[in-house]
Design a protein around this ligand. Structure first.
Ligand code: PMP
Length: 437
């Protein structure tokens, strides 16, 4: 279906006006707003179908958001829908142990190398927060090292950005985070092993954990430099600290298992989320059994959740994992993502736009105005204005991209060559438009 460049979105505007009067900023998560891409009202979506989103005005969009990562099988996969329907009929919440949460935990432990035991949570935020608390409990230390531009959920300690200069004390990225929290968190540049080594040599004996995404998804996709993660693991362990991989995005995104295993580095603890809940609320943390023994009720580290391991999330996650295991869509998704990313780079060159792509499997980020992005400082140099224009033009072409230049495009198992081809044609027109000013 050909699209006109002027799209009616009156329904979206009306709904968003209603949203703004009762929901803070009109959105239940800031990343859904369009503030980073020019400030238009966001599109209000009615439903999803496979690789497509359909808004309340009936406009259709090829979806590269994947709800920020979970929807690796696209929208409303029949096996996931059926599993949830059945679980709903049998009681969505029991408040007791039940088989589907145990099956999901078994499947995670089977699939994720180094995950000897797990605890299910309701969000990725909780998974990371709990893994960090556990690392502190196990080591008896307080300091946490993480990396600039990383997002690990919105718990207090994770909202700390780098301090100035050689400081090893972070400052908060949010109001309301007390200094008592930020003073224990150190944020370092990603892909810079010397900085990590230097900081660990100074304060290593106070460090409970080093926390990172093995492949960064939250400053746009940024791959670790060759050997970087292994050196990070070695330095971390030499300091007596634990290595935590935040695999909320990356677990099961690139292959059937963790990104750590794919890259040959197994952390002491993992945090996971997104895909393992199949689009329903879910997270998980776990790893070495001797560390997990510290978690209540066996141990003294407290963590809990009314909705943790609930039947709906458990069966949605299980159904998603089952499809991924049986159908192995990874090579096909990777190929499509590579085709698309390569075509976008060619188009940019043809239109005279400076651009670069970082890709990991079925996820990639197209950065405008910069040739290499290996850390947050470089990601920030990507052209915000060009991305905002591109985002708006692609939206009008019927392509839904995450509304931030720091996010990934995700190709799902429901995307096919037709969606990719339409996207390339849309990008061709959008880039031509940008260059015409
Ligand atoms: N860690 C990472 C790497 C994430 O990408 C996210 C969410 N974008 C989180 C943690 C937090 O997960 P949630 O939004 O489910 O709390």
């Amino acid at each position: 279906r050909e699209r006109s460049s002027v799209v009616e979105r009156d329904g979206s505007y009306t709904w968003f006006e209603r949203a703004k009067s009762v929901i803070a900023g009109g959105v239940n998560s800031p990343a859904r707003s369009f503030r980073a891409v020019g400030g238009d009202p966001p599109v209000v979506m009615d439903r999803g179908e496979g690789a497509w989103l359909i808004d309340v005005d009936g406009n259709r969009y090829i979806d590269y958001l994947a709800a920020f990562g979970p929807l690796i099988l696209g929208h409303s996969h029949p096996q996931v829908v059926e599993a949830v329907r059945q679980a709903m009929a049998e009681g969505p919440l029991l408040g007791t142990p039940h088989p589907s949460e145990i099956r999901l935990a078994e499947e995670l432990v089977r699939a994720v190398q180094g995950l000897e035991q797990v605890r299910l949570t309701t969000t990725g935020t909780e998974a990371v927060m709990s893994a960090v608390r556990l690392a502190r409990a196990f080591t008896g230390r307080t300091k946490v090292i993480k990396f600039e531009g990383a997002y690990h959920g919105h718990s207090d300690a994770m909202l700390v950005k780098a301090g100035s200069g050689a400081s090893t004390i972070g400052t908060a990225d949010s109001l309301g985070v007390p200094q008592g929290v930020t003073q224990d968190v150190v944020s370092l540049p990603y892909n810079d092993i010397e900085r990590l080594e230097e900081v660990l040599s100074r304060i290593g004996d106070q460090v409970a954990c080093v926390l990172t995404e093995p492949i960064v998804g939250n400053m746009g996709i940024v791959n670790p430099a060759p050997g970087y993660l292994q050196k990070m693991a070695d330095l971390t362990h030499k300091a007596g600290a634990l290595l935590i991989f935040d695999e909320v995005i990356t677990a099961f995104r690139f292959h059937y298992g963790s990104a750590g295993a794919l890259l040959g580095v197994i952390p002491d603890l993992y945090a996971m989320g997104k895909i393992i809940g199949g689009g329903l609320p879910a997270g998980a943390y776990g790893g070495r059994r001797d560390i997990m023994d510290y978690v209540a009720p066996l141990g003294g580290m407290f963590q809990a959740g009314t909705l943790a391991g609930n039947p709906l999330s458990s069966v949605a996650g299980l159904a998603t994992l089952q499809v991924l295991r049986e159908e192995n869509p990874y090579p096909r998704m990777d190929r499509l993502a590579n085709d698309l990313a390569t075509a976008l780079l060619h188009l940019a060159a043809r239109h005279g736009l400076v651009a670069s792509v970082n890709r990991a499997g079925s996820g990639f980020t197209l950065f405008f105005g910069t040739e290499t992005v290996q850390n947050y400082t470089q990601a920030q140099q990507a052209d915000a204005g060009q991305f905002a224009a591109f985002h708006r033009l692609m939206l009008n072409e019927g392509v839904y991209l995450a509304p931030s230049r720091y996010e990934a495009w995700f190709v799902s198992a429901q995307h096919g060559p037709d969606e990719i081809e339409r996207t390339v044609q849309a990008a061709d027109r959008a880039m031509a438009h940008i260059m015409q000013g």
